[in-house]
Design a protein around this ligand. Structure first.
Ligand code: HDE
Length: 718
């Protein structure tokens, strides 16, 4: 029996304790130089006379400016823009039969984590709302060392082999001659590459869906993408696909909204994560696994090693084994979120790799990239990266080494150090790679079982609701509409026609092009026939599952009807029915949501009963795109509001983005100045009208409608 390296109990504070020694707080302390010398004047440099030249001797000035000159480090080559938070992972359903990983052994066990969410293509300062994949990384500080989950919010990837990653990233990044466009895939080089890489088709379906426009980091799923292995105490291996399921359901904004948010609040996701944690609405995800016995490796119509494929939940259900709660914002963005270094190769005993060729390449890349980003092989000593379990080895020195290794021995074997640090036995937690049998010829090639590029793209498209299909079509019209080279557009239509003829035709209509009768057959994998026999042409292997509900966000069976943490704009002006505002605010708070007073001016609005309501935002300082729903109470001075373009745009946008709009009594009159005035008499179920001012019935109807996220049926009528 293996010794328990991860005793049950609440270990969630381990990492915070571990970070404490590095924290510094200047409150009530004197200003000093980095050498600890107290500074008497930080406002003036040392000069030869007040109007004379500065003196080289001024060590205070030199130190301050030199440090400043070197404050920036290279941003991540991908996933540069991100936000992180601390929290814990708790086991709810242990699975020792599948994995011996110490942190997954007993119910109630808690492990500290640091999670980071990111966009991929944009720079550090780019918008959160780019149409893009989102990174989803979690560092587990386990008692057996660091385990990093480094996944995405989309379960498949563009390419099958790591060698194509630099090409993919070069294609999607801003074009090299003019560095345009920032954080966007809608340009020629990206679609040129994609149109020549049919293996990316499944991923493109996800990317063009609203999955790439999350409403919040808290409302997106996370996926490990690759198949990994779980290894149990008996050294048996099971394949595993890892999922994170958000407690608040998976929700998105629409593209027009995303573009407007990018202007109004490019920090929308960062702010949302930060504020939710500050308010105590701790983001939460369940961790689920799909377990596949080794014996079933070749049972499916797709290859488990192919990262462009999912394992449909209809074939292998997801078993929930724990949950992650993020409950603490970082103290310092740079020290924690920027310097955190994830690596899919950071695994603990009980978790191992498969031969997925994309994963295999990643195992090299992540340490390598930290060397240029963080500048030293000692990046594991940076506090946020430091393991809570002890680190002992014979690695020494290097830039910025913090550890003071004692003794004269830094080699193994040794007798002078008593043979220490010694090699751990497997029974005491020593890592041993799964002894997979490999008998093969060296080839530079790819398995024929990776040749199906369209089967699961079809499954994804067929699993979407009509609303979601419409969004995919519009997204493709937008993206290809921005492409300037007609041949690329046509090549893409050929690819799309292999997913769905109707999809291709509708996209083509927007581009005023015709879908080619015979799609230009783009490159196969570039596999040289000399190296591999067999048919390497892209092909379609129809999925054995026709429709998978889990792939749709609207039909997703795990989405719960909740308005928790949603934001409602309460449109206000002097004379407002203050009781109605107070009532709705209280009801929203009880449901975990928040109402914000938005008025034409800052300060307060005067209520109808002589009271005052504090204004949270004005129509200038905010925009309806950052709210989930709108509410217009009675009593307002309608004349003032209806003549204000900002107010009318506010409501028109909310309508266009299918948001729930509630209005009571005199507030309903404001809607007659909007572009949707004709829809307010029960023609649109997303507009909740209450002429009698019955606050409780109104609130119940409003909340029920809001819990559906959006009233999508409206789109067909706009
Ligand atoms: Fe990454 N990826 N990646 N990636 N990746 C990086 O590592 C790379 C891939 C992912 O919040 C880099 O520290 C290669 C798939 C996330 O800090 C770099 C390949 C998935 C993050 C790198 C892939 C990811 C990264 C850049 C193809 C989903 C952000 C900075 C072989 C499963 C982690 C860094 C964070 C970051 C390389 C493909 C997820 C360069 C070579 C597939 C979430 O090492």
């Amino acid at each position: 029996m293996k010794q328990n390296n991860n005793p049950v109990g609440n270990r969630q504070d381990d990492k915070q304790k571990n970070l404490l020694i590095n924290k510094s707080d200047g409150t009530n302390k004197a200003l000093t130089t980095n050498q600890g010398i107290k500074i008497n004047d930080d406002n003036n440099s040392l000069k030869a006379a007040e109007r004379g030249p500065s003196l080289l001797e001024d060590f205070i000035l030199r130190e301050k400016i030199t440090h400043f000159d070197h404050e920036r480090i290279p941003e991540r080559i991908v996933h540069a823009r991100g936000s992180g938070a601390h929290g814990y992972f708790e086991v709810t359903n242990p699975i020792p039969q599948f994995t011996k990983a110490g942190f997954l052994q007993e119910a109630g066990q808690k492990t500290p984590v640091f999670a980071r969410f990111s966009t991929v293509a944009g720079s550090r300062g780019s918008t959160d709302l780019a149409r893009d994949v989102r990174g989803f990384s979690v560092k587990f500080y386990t008692q057996e060392g660091i385990y990093d989950f480094v996944g995405n919010n989309i379960p498949v990837f563009f390419i099958q082999d790591a060698t194509k990653f630099p090409d993919l990233v070069h294609a999607v990044k801003p074009e090299p001659h003019n560095e345009i466009p920032q954080a966007a895939s809608a340009h020629d080089t990206f679609w040129d590459f994609i149109s020549l890489m049919p293996e990316s088709t499944h991923m493109i379906m996800w990317l063009m869906s609203d999955r790439s426009l999350p409403r919040s980091y808290r409302m997106m799923e996370g996926f490990g993408v690759h198949t990994f292995r779980f290894i149990n105490e008996q050294n048996e291996s099971h394949f595993v696909k890892i999922h994170w399921k958000p407690k608040l359901g998976t929700h998105a904004v629409v593209w027009d909204e995303a573009q407007k948010i990018s202007g109004k609040d490019p920090d929308f996701h960062r702010r949302d994560l930060w504020e939710a944690i500050e308010m105590g609405n701790f983001p939460e995800w369940e961790l689920g696994v799909q377990i596949i016995p080794e014996a079933d490796e070749h049972k499916y119509e797709f290859d488990l090693l192919d990262p462009t494929k999912i394992v449909p939940e209809e074939l292998v259900p997801v078993t929930i084994i724990g949950k992650m709660v993020l409950n603490r914002n970082p103290d310092n963005f740079f020290a924690e979120t920027e310097q955190v270094a994830f690596h899919p190769g950071h695994v603990v005993p009980g978790i191992d790799f498969t031969n997925d060729p994309l994963l295999q390449g990643r195992l090299f890349s992540y340490t390598d990239t930290q060397l240029s980003r963080l500048g030293s092989p000692n990046f594991h000593e940076i506090p946020i990266n430091r393991s809570v379990s002890p680190v002992h080895n014979n690695q020494r020195d290097g830039h910025m080494r913090q550890e003071i290794n004692v003794g004269r021995v830094s080699y193994s074997p040794n007798s002078l150090g008593g043979g220490c640090p010694y090699q751990a036995k497997i029974a005491e937690g020593g890592f041993a790679s799964f002894n997979e049998r490999v008998e093969a010829h060296k080839v530079r090639g790819r398995s024929e079982s990776f040749s199906d590029h369209f089967g699961q793209a079809q499954l994804f498209y067929n699993s979407q609701t009509e609303t979601e299909k419409g969004h995919i079509i519009k997204a493709l019209r937008f993206e290809l509409g921005k492409v300037e080279t007609t041949a690329i557009r046509v090549r893409m239509l050929g690819i799309l026609s292999q997913v769905d003829k109707d999809l291709a035709t509708k996209v083509a209509a927007g581009l005023r092009l015709t879908v080619p009768a015979v799609p230009e057959q783009p490159m196969n994998h570039g596999v040289s026939p000399e190296n591999l026999g067999g048919d390497q042409e892209p092909k379609t292997v129809p999925s054995s599952v026709e429709v998978s509900q889990a792939l749709s966000m609207i039909n997703n069976p795990t989405v719960k009807p909740t308005i928790e943490s949603r934001k409602v704009a309460i449109v206000c002006a002097d004379g407002v029915d203050e009781q109605a505002v107070l009532d709705i605010k209280e009801t929203l708070i009880k449901q975990g949501a928040k109402g914000c007073v938005v008025a034409p001016y800052n300060g307060v609005v005067k209520g109808d009963a002589g009271g005052e309501l504090a204004v949270d935002f004005t129509f200038l300082t905010t925009s309806s795109v950052v709210f989930d729903s709108m509410y217009i109470p009675g009593g307002l001075d309608i004349n003032e509001l209806s003549e204000d373009n900002d107010v009318i745009d506010f409501l028109n946008d909310a309508y266009r983005h299918c948001k729930i709009i509630g209005a009571q009594a005199g507030g309903i009159d404001l809607l007659s100045s909007t572009g949707f005035a004709s829809k307010i008499n029960n023609e649109d179920e997303g507009i909740i009208i209450d002429r009698d001012g019955d606050n409780s019935t109104f609130a119940a109807n409003f909340i029920t409608a809001m819990a559906n996220h959006r009233f999508w049926a409206r789109e067909a009528t706009i």
